[in-house]
Design a protein. Structure first.
Length: 462
């Protein structure tokens, strides 16, 4: 089966549909009845369902948590999973994040890669399969979620109402196909660190969500030695090649640290803005008493260590790699501290033991565990029929013989059985998830549409 011509004929519609969806700022907000994650999220979900209905598909909304697009009449179905929820964009973009502007054959905007672009690709792929006229021996559902970036409440709601697919794929991973996905944990620790000294941290804040490497951190220091601190920061930044700045304000100094945002599944490609801030405060001996203890703890256990070596949780295995820790958020208001971590752990890791070790270390340094959310790793043998079918579809279109891979992504495969992550990052390609100036290459968008059409066709033919 060849879908290339049908998909190329839809090229302009695919592009414009993605641009329209990018313009909807579907970041989670306070919910209301029928809109559990806010109006913008609901608008994005409705947009996709309306687009699909106009293509002739049956669609259904499930109480605002998710919806699906359906094609076929059989009881058994193949599931394709995507989502409209996105991370916040911040204010450091060189292009508008919610415009869908095209520059150099790339569509820029928050969600273009994660996951609105792949979602639009999958919808038009399903349209190409429908218009091929071939009778299917299984039904196909494109399920659109609204809580993939956080707690998967959308899929929990889906499974309360609907039975799971017999097989399927989610669009939050890598090509050629992900056969093993690391475990995912989101942890929060809180502690009280009062200050009674003239020299004090008024506030320290960095990061917006724990699954993104923080690109900005800021601290306001109340101090009677502002010139000394500014001079020391200049030397520190030059010596360590950190992007940091300081300005003297009334009663103190404001320090800013800049990093490079990226998805925490590939945090090695980012630069954490919180760690240089902590290192600098530690180096100049800032703070006394409990706050000095806080700075020392963060520097000694979390600073510039993405593999958990300082915490004693540096686990790894031969095929899924190393445990990684993203120091994603710090919030300190001068007394109360909040720390949020994103951890991706190997398939063979005993994570319960890891959690208990972390709890002990944080408890011993003035913190209490406030949140412990985690999802187990996913593993398919490479010879599994699902992995082989998806790999075949990928190779039919690309002619690339790359082998199935292990990923640190946190996809719906963690909560939906019989589902593997399949795209949308190509080998050696754009990994702009969660970054400023996120984009998708138009040629890649069209190619993934063709791949998804072949994948749907392969799975319904089994």
């Amino acid at each position: 089966m060849n879908f290339k011509k049908e998909i190329n004929d839809e090229r302009e519609k695919i592009i414009s549909s993605l641009q329209d969806l990018v313009k909807i700022i579907s970041i989670q907000q306070e919910g209301s009845e029928g809109m559990p994650f806010g109006k913008e999220m609901n608008d994005a979900l409705v947009y996709v369902l309306d687009l699909a209905e106009n293509m002739g598909f049956h669609v259904k909304m499930l109480d605002g948590y998710c919806g699906y697009v359906e094609y076929g009449e059989e009881d058994l179905y193949i599931g394709v999973f995507s989502h409209v929820d996105i991370c916040s964009a911040g204010d450091m973009w060189a292009v508008p994040p919610f415009e869908g502007r095209i520059i150099d054959n790339k569509i820029y905007g928050r969600g273009t890669m994660d996951n609105k672009g792949p979602l639009i690709a999958a919808l038009y792929a399903l349209k190409a399969v429908k218009e091929s006229g071939r009778k299917l021996n299984k039904k196909v559902r494109l399920i659109i979620g609204t809580d993939e970036e956080r707690y998967f409440k959308d899929m929990a709601h889906y499974l309360q109402i609907e039975k799971p697919p017999i097989a399927g794929f989610t669009l939050d991973g890598h090509f050629p196909v992900v056969y093993a996905e690391k475990g995912l944990a989101m942890l929060e620790y809180r502690g009280d660190f009062p200050q009674n000294d003239d020299e004090r941290i008024v506030y320290l804040k960095g990061g917006t969500v724990e699954n993104t490497v923080p690109g900005y951190c800021e601290a306001f220091l109340s101090t009677n030695r502002p010139e000394e601190i500014v001079t020391n920061l200049s030397k520190f930044a030059i010596e360590n090649r950190h992007n940091m700045s300081a300005r003297i304000v009334e009663n103190g100094v404001v320090i800013e640290s800049y990093g490079m945002e990226t998805h925490s599944m590939a945090l090695e490609m980012g630069i954490n803005s919180i760690c240089p801030m902590i290192s600098f405060l530690y180096r100049i001996g800032f703070g006394k008493g409990q706050v000095r203890g806080l700075i020392t703890f963060l520097n000694d256990y979390l600073g510039h260590d993405i593999y958990g070596e300082k915490l004693g949780v540096d686990y790894s295995d031969s095929f899924s790699g190393k445990l990684t820790i993203n120091f994603g958020i710090i919030e300190f208001d001068g007394e109360n501290a909040v720390i949020r971590l994103d951890i991706r752990y190997p398939v063979t890791c005993d994570f319960v033991e890891t959690l208990e070790r972390l709890k002990h270390i944080f408890d011993s340094n003035g913190f209490k565990e406030y949140e412990r959310s985690y999802w187990d790793p996913v593993y398919f043998p490479k010879e599994h029929f699902l992995i082989e079918a998806l790999l075949k579809a990928y190779r039919q279109v690309t002619k690339d013989k790359s082998e199935p891979i292990v990923s640190g992504s946190g996809s719906y495969s963690k909560v939906i059985p019989n589902v593997a992550a399949f795209g949308a990052i190509f080998p050696g390609g754009n990994q702009a998830w969660h970054r400023v100036n996120e984009y998708i290459e138009i040629d890649s968008l069209i190619k993934m549409t063709e791949i998804y059409a072949h994948a749907i066709y392969e799975l319904v033919s089994l």
